[in-house]
Design a protein around this ligand. Structure first.
Ligand code: FNR
Length: 366
């Protein structure tokens, strides 16, 4: 009998046994001793939902508007590198799944499908492009122009990765991109350097050699000067940086700790969300990612002030299970679970999800 896939955890278990150890570890790993990786999911459990009843939830609408575009639910696909390691169609399959589900797909700079391939695979979907900035600024300029030409709707600048974190499994495995795959957006050494590891993680060496670790707020001005696309800053973890993001003209921020892959010992993103939302005070849109695995997690993030959440690893697990179909299944599970969470808490739309519908566990032990 075909395996029953009821929840995201089922896809995680499938991926755990079906991906090669090196790819599995690269997808799943967190930084350091992985304290924050565990915290990202555990911290959701510290928030308790306080449902309201008798509020007519016979019709429910999960849609929301993100940077002026309507999407069918408050959940989108996070940028994740090198998706063809999960399935031969990689990013193209994932982008098609997002298009079919009516939500946003974010393509990583270090993808195994090019900007143009993804645009062609999912021409009607809302697509955002995630940027890493290379030492050679012409590389970035070129990526931005290609994303614009291919109809991408926003640029997501990842601010938390001057270097990559200490991912111990990748060092042990000497992780590098398998030889039959390449970085879709580049030719020559910008692509081939990722296919080999000299002393440890090939990916880490790639980032150290090619990414611009001198990036500062000044560069946000430069980035804004070369494009008309809205700029989303991904990786904001403090109210101070959220305010700087507003001051530098960001259209939105993603409260994210990069799936706990950069600095170990940082808070779970759900823990930092409230104070950032408060500091932003509705001036720009605030999204979050990190550890979202169930509809109730999405509910909690919305209640604590996020306009939308992103999911990273769940989509890679879905891809590994069944390409586009598997990725779509994951999105539909989320949709079903979000809808049920809304129905059972008295919410007919995203506007009904209020801050007082979630309480931290400390409230109940007073
Ligand atoms: C990522 N993430 C990421 N972020 C980014 O800005 N550019 C990238 O290329 C990648 N690549 C990447 C690869 C893999 C394998 C993972 C797991 C993550 C981070 C990603 O966008 C997102 O912040 C986290 O994945 C969210 O956490 P969850 O949903 O995986 O718990």
């Amino acid at each position: 009998m075909a395996q029953q896939m009821i929840c995201v955890e089922d896809f995680e278990k499938y991926a755990h046994t079906h991906l090669t150890p090196s790819v599995r570890d690269y997808y799943n790993a967190g930084a350091g001793a992985e304290f924050s990786l565990r915290l990202n999911t555990e911290a959701f459990k510290k928030y308790r939902i306080r449902p309201r009843f008798l509020r007519n939830v016979s019709r429910r609408d999960l849609t929301t508007t993100i940077l002026g575009e309507k999407i069918t639910m408050p959940l989108a696909v996070a940028p994740a590198a090198m998706q063809r390691m999960a399935h031969p169609e990689g990013e193209c399959a994932n982008a098609r799944a997002a298009q079919e589900a009516g939500t946003i797909y974010t393509l990583s700079t270090i993808s195994t499908s090019s900007i143009e391939e993804v645009a062609e695979a999912a021409p009607k979907g809302i697509k955002w492009f995630q940027l890493y900035i290379y030492n050679d600024r012409n590389v970035t300029l070129n990526l931005v122009k290609r994303a614009e030409r291919s109809g991408f709707k926003a640029l997501v600048l990842t601010v938390d990765a001057p270097l990559f974190g200490d991912r111990r499994a990748d060092i042990r495995n000497k992780f590098s991109l398998p030889k039959h795959l390449r970085l879709g957006n580049f030719d020559g050494e910008l692509s081939s350097k990722i296919n080999s590891a000299e002393s440890g993680s090939g990916l880490s060496e790639y980032v150290q050699n090619l990414f611009d670790a001198s990036l500062s707020w000044e560069d946000i001005k430069w980035l804004k000067s070369i494009t008309k696309l809205p700029l989303v800053l991904k990786g904001i973890l403090t109210p101070q940086d959220a305010i700087l993001a507003i001051e530098h003209g960001a259209a939105a921020i993603i409260v994210s700790n990069h799936g706990a892959r950069q600095v170990d010992g940082i808070p779970a993103t759900i823990e930092t969300l409230s104070e950032i939302v408060e500091a932003v005070n509705n001036r720009i849109e605030v999204y979050m990612d990190g550890g979202v695995r169930q509809g109730i997690d999405v509910f909690k993030a919305l209640a604590l002030g996020a306009k939308m959440v992103f999911v990273g690893r769940p989509m890679l697990w879905g891809l590994s299970y069944g390409g586009e179909k598997g990725a779509r299944q994951v999105l539909e599970i989320f949709r079903k679970e979000i809808d049920l969470a809304f129905a059972l808490t008295g919410c007919a739309s995203v506007h009904d999800v209020r801050k007082d519908m979630v309480q931290h566990e400390s409230y109940y032990s007073r």
